[in-house]
Design a protein around this ligand. Structure first.
Ligand SMILES: C[S@@+](CC[C@H](N)C(=O)[O-])C[C@H]1O[C@@H](n2cnc3c(N)ncnc32)[C@H](O)[C@@H]1O
Length: 292
């Protein structure tokens, strides 16, 4: 019987719900916050030197929690300097959450927020068409490069928008993570479509070396508790499994042999670690800081 598996991205609200559950069950944001706390101040130490306003571009800013933490570090480094924060984000739901997040946060008076409801590719063609060649002091692309069609061209384009002494920050799953292992082994049998690419930091580093860009890599250790995925009929477990496979209703639509293999793979030490009766998937991330 032909499989009826389809990409999780074809059902936007299920994707957003799975992503929320993933955040609840993983140390994804905690490890990013630690990186922002410990490493970011140094990375951004010269982006605003001598400037009366700092221009920041967030590509795929999502619901804004991480963006606001980044902005607080820029404010701390450059107190009183105006910040112009623009966000490229195609999902109206995410933009709404971002705006709510801004409303609830104090001390954002010096920051001007602008949201562009479009994809990075749409932003590129719109600004090129209008001949708007705006330069930026800091650009970040956090957990979003999976969703662009041409990764190398996207990096090259946004890199070309950097001012001198600035940085482009990319965060995505590490080449040593369970994700990279799972995707390499099972990607071809999962409903990969042109909406999502199974890429890790290993692939990005390869692209950067080919382009010849200078960069530095930081590893961010992180885990995701996937114990519920092994409890038959557990709703949260099923949605987490959807997120892991980027497949809508994986439990019900995957061929039995594939489901069995993936469930076994997820428990292997290359993907997860078992501790106190719980299964922790290796969700390590890499932060790649690219020079102008
Ligand atoms: C996994 S979320 C990450 C959100 C946020 N950066 C974070 O780390 O919490 C990926 C975000 O990228 C957005 N996105 C998807 N495709 C995109 C594209 N082609 N260009 C820009 N953003 C995109 C999604 O709507 C989503 O909000």
């Amino acid at each position: 019987m032909a499989s009826s598996m389809r990409s999780l991205l074809s059902d936007h609200s299920r994707y957003v719900e799975s992503f929320r559950l993933f955040l609840e069950n993983s140390t994804e944001h905690q490890c990013m916050l630690e990186f922002i706390e410990m490493k970011l101040p140094d990375i951004i130490s010269s982006i605003g030197k001598g400037k009366s306003a700092i221009n920041i571009l967030s590509v795929g800013g999502g619901s804004g929690e991480i963006d606001l933490q980044i902005l607080s570090k820029v404010q701390a480094k450059y107190p009183g300097v105006a910040i112009n924060n623009e966000v490229i984000e195609p999902s109206s739901e995410q933009i709404l959450s971002y705006k709510e997040c801004v409303t609830k946060t104090a001390n954002l008076e010096d920051i001007k927020f602008t949201w562009h409801k479009e994809t990075s590719a749409e932003y590129e063609s719109r600004t090129k068409e209008k001949k708007e060649f705006k330069k930026w002091d800091f650009i970040h692309m956090i957990q979003m490069l999976y969703y662009v069609k041409d990764i190398r061209a996207t990096i090259q384009y946004f890199h070309s928008l950097l001012e001198a002494n600035t940085k482009l920050l990319i965060i995505l799953v590490s080449g040593t993570s369970g994700w990279a292992r799972l995707w390499k082994k099972y990607g071809p049998r999962l409903p990969l479509n042109d909406l999502c690419l199974y890429v890790s930091s290993a692939d990005i580093k390869e692209q950067l070396d080919t382009i010849g860009l200078k960069y530095q890599v930081y590893e961010l250790p992180s885990t995701m508790d996937i114990t519920d995925c092994f409890i038959t009929g557990n709703k949260d477990g099923e949605q987490l499994l959807d997120f892991l496979t980027e497949c809508c209703n994986f439990s019900e639509t995957a061929p039995l042999d594939l489901k069995k293999e993936i469930m076994e793979e997820l428990r292997k030490p290359e993907c997860s670690e078992e501790k106190d009766g719980r299964v922790f998937f290796n969700n390590n991330l890499s932060a790649i800081v690219i020079e102008p």
